[in-house]
Design a protein around this ligand. Structure first.
Ligand code: GLY
Length: 403
């Protein structure tokens, strides 16, 4: 990754100061820079040091959606943003972010899963989306690695041809490089410790080397967002849901597409690497991978793909997904703080939603109107008794619940 200056400079005051150099912060900087605004990103470690650097980069709204709701609609829009952005970044800065519409095969381990996945297929196709049921005997045609075991270990699969994946750290790198090319500033090793207030307005961000001033501030600091929000007098319920992944090498036996079970996913990357993910460990701030995490993922993969036993292990990684109690993003103006925008808590969907969130937040800062699709996801939902305001919280039914 190219290096960025490590210190905030005392040069011209930026229009917008963004705290957080992950996919959300860098996407906001990119879209602001495209529109000619002076953006400054402060990143406490290095770009994509948090969840964005560990994410498998799944672009998978359909496979993750148990039901149709405003969040599902948002994630479909988020997915559509990626291919054009990848093409623009390739053209602009010559970086292939490896956005691929490989499709995802969601396998059913038993009859109960088969029934549930077929239910999803029905509502998704009725909504005009592509989703197709594959019987166990035909799974091997779709995924040669499953030939021979499909009828024995699996009860069928849901084929979702429009899903895919992107190389998450590269996406952050591409957004950052394109932003800097247009005049944005990115400071790594620049730890924002607190917001400074003057009455109801944020006037600066404190760092160990001084106070940075700006017109507008954006909080996109992942799991650290709650601490920073507190310094601005706000209570923001964002905590970590640790995710561990194992990177594998499959040589000539790489899966053709993403394979996803109820407990894990295998994502074949362009260079032959396969990412096996991901655990979900609530409230865990420890960013080190563990043997238990690896064991859980290995067991989950081998349960339906014995051939994965021959894949070699390259590395293990852990990241902290920032999550609100209802698991939906927190995006919008901070209550009572006119010039502070929140863009955090994207949980499992930071990469998927990053480009769209970035574009809409930049539009909001420029034009004053927030996309109506984001209305259910504002911070004000935590003020009342019912935090999800009619959205059914998505806590269950996702891979890797390792706790
Ligand atoms: N988006 C997949 C995950 O967070 O594991």
């Amino acid at each position: 990754m190219r290096s960025f200056p490590g210190r905030p400079t005392a040069e011209a005051i930026p229009d917008v100061l963004i705290v957080g150099g992950g996919v959300i912060g860098c996407s906001i900087a990119y879209h602001l820079a495209l529109g000619g605004a002076r953006a400054q990103v402060l990143e406490r470690d290095y770009l994509a040091a948090g969840a964005s650097g560990v994410a498998a980069g799944m672009l998978a709204p359909q496979v993750e959606a148990p039901f149709d709701d405003p969040f599902f609609a948002l994630t479909l829009l988020g997915r559509a943003e990626h291919a054009p952005l990848a093409a623009a970044l390739l053209d602009d800065v010559g970086l292939d972010v490896e956005c691929r519409t490989s499709g995802i095969l969601r396998v059913a381990m038993d009859e109960a899963e088969r029934v549930e996945l077929q239910r999803r297929m029905r509502w998704q196709t009725a909504r005009g989306l592509r989703a197709e049921w594959i019987e166990p005997t035909e799974l091997g045609d779709r995924e040669p690695l499953l030939a021979g075991v499909a009828g024995r270990l699996l009860a069928g699969g849901l084929w979702l041809p429009d899903e895919g994946h992107v190389r998450s750290p590269r996406l952050v790198q591409g957004l950052a490089t394109a932003s800097v090319k247009r005049g944005a500033r990115i400071a790594e090793g620049a730890w924002a410790t607190a917001f400074e207030l003057d009455g109801d307005r944020v006037v600066g961000v404190r760092t160990p080397t001084g106070v940075m001033r700006a017109g507008t501030f954006v909080l996109a600091a992942g799991v650290w967002s709650g601490d920073l929000a507190r310094s601005a007098g706000l209570s923001l319920p964002v905590g970590p849901v640790k995710g561990q992944i194992v990177t594998l090498r499959a040589l000539n036996r790489s899966p053709r597409q993403v394979i996803w079970s109820g407990e894990c996913y295998l994502v074949p990357k362009v260079d032959g690497q396969v990412i096996l993910g991901a655990t979900e460990e609530d409230g865990n701030y420890d960013r080190r991978p563990t043997l238990a995490g690896m064991g859980h993922l290995a067991e989950a993969a081998l349960e339906f793909l014995p051939l994965a036993g021959g894949f070699t292990v390259e590395g293990m990684w852990a990241g902290l997904r920032p999550a609100a109690p209802d698991r939906y993003p927190i995006v919008g103006r901070a209550p009572g703080r006119d010039n502070l925008i929140l863009a955090t808590a994207h949980f499992r969907n930071g990469v998927l939603l990053g480009p769209l969130t970035g574009r809409w937040i930049a539009d909001f800062i420029r034009g004053g109107t927030l996309a109506s699709e984001l209305a259910p996801f504002g911070p004000e939902r935590f003020a009342g008794a019912s935090p999800s305001q009619g959205l059914e919280a998505r806590r269950a039914d996702l891979p890797g619940r390792a706790e």
